[in-house]
Write a new protein. Structure first.
Length: 428
């Protein structure tokens, strides 16, 4: 029988201490990340085996910060990551945080997303003077006011506050533009996300494709058309085959239109569209309506140094060169005239016209017919507007020189009235 004495107890304690010294053990420090297996879960603690001399405790306060889905996953046997909060509390316990480890994973994920340019969906959970607060995993991110696309620039204070309140609870698409773990700073931008999304859609488009779209805005220089979430510009010169003063002459907001993609600039986020090229061309059937030598009525739509542009039926515009208008040197924009078709070039889409080739009889018949048709209007006017046709007919009837010009064309430098014609065009 062995009798225990104080010396014997001291020796046993020394042997146990020696055994502990032989055990490879490193005391964890605050902030260290540990991996462990859950041993038990109760209302106050989650106890985790971390492979050390003692188990780790996850306090109730840490559990309260977790969402229901995460809490439901905490069951005996589950492997979890933890961050050391206190290597030992007053009772010598190892206190850890699962929530802090999850936040670290979210920071790492945020850095990866920022580097890749990936877009994320985040719920607006708050607002302050400078912008919006959003939930990104277990992190809170900030969206500066200038980066919120639904808030227009120059909004007054009361409207601004109301606009931000209306966004609470909404989920918006964002791009992460800054991550700073040390400063606990996570900045996002809705405007940058829109830019990325637009560039991605632009990359999917092909020049030459014909697509359907809706007119969303009209400006002096053209119309903006939405072709499925992305707006493109149809310049005013590409809206119609004929010259127009304003886009509203041919399209309206909300109208469905068919357009061709003429240009895609991903870097500058520009989309160029064309409507006119898809419209029926009057040149395709011009020979069914006109022939060389024919005389038709038209309206002067433009005066230039080298002649007149005249609009004729079937949406066609032809040119009267100065050498073909010596009989009407004072013609102005808006005048109705008779023109003689000199030539038709369907390949180059050119229509050559002449005033000089119109006969006296044609001028007289046309001029007096128009006068008769407008007799009522002329009777109510003290000074009815003179018609170019009537003037020309009178000049041609009274001037032998002009009649001779029908047989032998007058050269530009030989026509003394030509100078006044050019001056009139310049003044126009």
């Amino acid at each position: 029988m062995t009798i225990q004495t104080p010396d014997t107890d001291a020796a046993a304690a020394a042997d146990f201490g020696a055994l502990l010294d032989q055990y490879d053990y490193t005391m964890p420090s605050k902030g260290d990340v540990l991996e462990g297996r859950i041993l038990s879960v109760d209302d106050n603690f989650v106890i985790v085996d971390v492979g050390l001399k003692r188990d780790a405790f996850v306090p109730r306060a840490d559990l309260d910060r977790m969402d229901e889905e995460t809490l439901a996953s905490l069951e005996p046997g589950a492997v979890v990551m933890m961050v050391v909060l206190w290597p030992h509390d007053y009772d010598g316990n190892l206190i850890v945080s699962i929530n802090r480890a999850l936040e670290r994973a979210d920071w790492a994920h945020a850095e990866e997303r920022m580097a890749s340019g990936e877009l994320i969906e985040a719920e607006v959970i708050g607002q302050n003077r400078g912008g919006l607060v959003v939930r990104v995993g277990r992190l809170e991110g900030f969206v500066p006011q200038s980066h919120v696309t639904s808030i227009g620039r120059g909004v007054v204070q009361d409207e601004l506050i109301e606009a931000k309140k209306e966004l609470l609870g909404e989920t918006i698409t964002l791009r992460i533009i800054e991550v700073d773990r040390v400063a606990n700073r996570l900045i996002l931008s809705e405007r940058a996300a829109r830019r990325v999304a637009r560039q991605a859609k632009l990359a999917e488009l092909t020049v030459g494709d014909v697509v359907q779209g809706k007119v969303v805005n009209l400006v002096d220089f053209g119309a903006f058309v939405d072709i499925g979430g992305i707006d493109g510009l149809v310049h005013i010169s590409r809206l119609d085959r004929e010259f127009i003063q304003h886009p509203s002459e041919v399209v309206s907001v909300g109208e469905e239109v068919t357009v061709r993609i003429d240009g895609v600039d991903i870097e500058h986020e520009r989309l160029t569209l064309n409507r006119a090229v898809l419209l029926p061309s009057p040149w395709e059937e011009i020979e069914n309506h006109f022939e060389v030598g024919q005389t038709v009525e038209g309206e002067i739509v433009r005066v230039v140094d080298f002649g007149l542009f005249v609009s004729v039926p079937h949406d066609l515009v032809g040119l009267i060169h100065t050498s073909e208008m010596t009989t009407a040197p004072s013609a102005q924009k808006g005048d109705r005239v008779l023109v003689h078709i000199l030539n038709i070039d369907t390949e180059r889409q050119r229509l050559g016209l002449s005033l000089d080739k119109v006969t006296v009889e044609e001028w007289e018949a046309w001029g007096y017919e128009r006068l008769a048709g407008e007799a009522d209007e002329a009777a109510n006017s003290e000074a009815p507007e003179a018609l170019v046709g009537a003037e020309v007919a009178e000049e041609m009837a009274d001037s032998e020189a002009v009649v001779e010009a029908e047989a032998e064309p007058v050269l530009l430098e030989e026509a003394p009235m030509e100078t006044s014609s050019v001056e009139a065009a310049e003044q126009e």
